[in-house]
Design a protein around this ligand. Structure first.
Ligand SMILES: [Zn+2]
Length: 435
């Protein structure tokens, strides 16, 4: 993967965050139709799924029709042979595997194609840009990402394992002198404590970017004080890349709607939603209506003053984290320092069952799937609506058939948080309420 491809994708995404929502909807629709065509023709899992529910690729003409597909969970995908999840035309040796473990202990591998590798990195760069990072500046990453994954980033990026003890984090930090620091919350906090305790001169950073774990206000303040810069949070996952990131206003996470469709599935009446996502750019291994297991609260207020057109999440709960855990089972979430090199274990936080579904009131219900109207069941969208005979006065005669049948389930797209139409004018006026 070349820097040119990544930079091209980056410039593309940087422009899209300022486009209006009508353009954004056109982009989502175009990407979705191409993705659905690939999945229904060439990916056995989705080919069988669409056939089973009687939906054809031609029925999915835009984001609203996504609701005709059932939701897929990680447990469902884990139960399939890996080849059933991949585009049959692809050679698996040409794809980049990303393995994620889970609460079930079963490995789950996501395969990236070349295009999504560029998009994934471009999404990351776009999120870093708001924290003061520019290509050419020095970035220190405390993460599990393999350092050979982005050869173009050498030597300006320095990777350090999240398993590194605080002493090593401090040594690398002082020696490398990064402009921006990125990593999981726990090792960043350990580094900040180590620097405070042992000292060491360094210039203030341009920004700190946290990820993977919940960033509480105390930790945010502490990191800002030690590193002398604003602190930002990123919400992402292996299956989607960066889904949301904080802008300088830090009023929630802007959703990367140019690459991901996020559907809110109501969890109760307290404004929390299960987050169901479709990755619009990963074609080798599609994720359509994928229930992430995360819970989010959407911001339905006026548009962000930064001018970005993307919808926002106020907060995300139940994130999958790579949590530092001591050999005796104690977590490091309380800010305690390890006495020896900690062992790390993948851990889920935030009330989810073994299948990765959220637990709690209302969480056991299935995410609804829309019923395909009878007139569209055979996928013939070009079939014109049957005209009713006109009366002599020119008015339509009443239908002779039975009254229109109500929908079995409200589509989750039409819940009050879902906005695909232009609702966020640049002039700062209140968005048009969605239906
Ligand atoms: Zn903003």
């Amino acid at each position: 993967m070349s820097l040119a491809a990544t930079y091209g994708a980056y410039r593309h995404l940087m422009a899209w965050q300022w486009r209006d929502r009508a353009k954004l909807r056109e982009l989502q629709t175009a990407k979705l139709r191409e993705l659905i065509h690939t999945a229904s023709e060439h990916v056995p899992y989705y080919r069988d799924l669409l056939k089973r529910v009687g939906v054809s690729a031609h029925d999915i003409v835009g984001p609203e029709e996504l609701g005709y597909l059932p939701v897929t969970t990680k447990a469902m995908l884990q139960a399939c042979p890996p080849e059933a999840l991949l585009d049959e035309r692809r050679d698996v040796n040409d794809l980049l595997p990303h393995r994620s473990s889970g609460s079930t202990g079963q490995p789950f591998t996501v395969f990236y194609d070349e295009q999504f590798r560029s998009v994934r990195d471009a999404l990351f760069l776009r999120a870093l840009e708001t924290a003061g990072y520019r290509l050419g500046r020095k970035l220190m990453l405390v993460t599990t990402t393999r350092r050979n994954e982005r050869p173009w980033s050498r030597p300006r990026w320095r990777y350090v394992s999240i398993e590194a003890p605080p002493e090593e984090l401090r040594e690398v930090f002082l020696g490398f002198a990064p402009h921006v620091l990125y990593g999981c919350v726990t090792p960043l906090r350990l580094l900040a404590e180590e620097l405070s305790a042992r000292g060491g001169g360094f210039r203030p950073l341009r920004g700190v970017v946290a990820t993977a774990e919940t960033l509480d206000s105390d930790t945010r303040r502490r990191l800002g004080d030690v590193f002398g810069c604003p602190v930002f949070d990123i919400y992402g996952m292996i299956e989607m890349g960066v889904v949301g990131w904080e802008c300088p206003e830090r009023g929630g996470y802007h959703i990367a709607e140019d690459t991901t469709i996020v559907e809110p599935a109501p969890l109760g009446d307290d404004g929390r939603h299960r987050l169901v996502m479709t990755n619009l750019d990963l074609h080798a291994m599609p994720f359509l209506r994928y229930e992430t297991g995360d819970i989010g609260v959407f911001d339905e207020g006026p548009p962000c003053t930064c001018g970005r057109m993307f919808s926002r999440l106020k907060r995300v709960e139940g994130r999958l984290v790579d949590c530092v855990r001591l050999p005796d089972g104690r977590g490091l979430g309380s800010g305690r320092r390890p006495r020896r090199r900690p062992r790390h274990r993948r851990e889920r936080r935030g009330g989810r069952d073994r299948d990765g579904r959220p637990t709690g009131p209302g969480a056991g219900a299935e995410v609804p799937c829309r019923r395909m109207p009878a007139r569209r069941r055979h996928g013939d969208l070009r079939c014109p609506r049957r005209r009713r005979p006109r009366s002599r006065s020119g008015a339509h005669a009443p239908s002779s058939g039975s009254p229109r049948r109500p929908r079995a389930h409200p589509p989750i797209h039409e819940s009050r948080s879902w906005r695909t139409s232009p609702t966020t004018p640049r002039d700062g006026s209140s968005p048009r309420p969605s239906s």
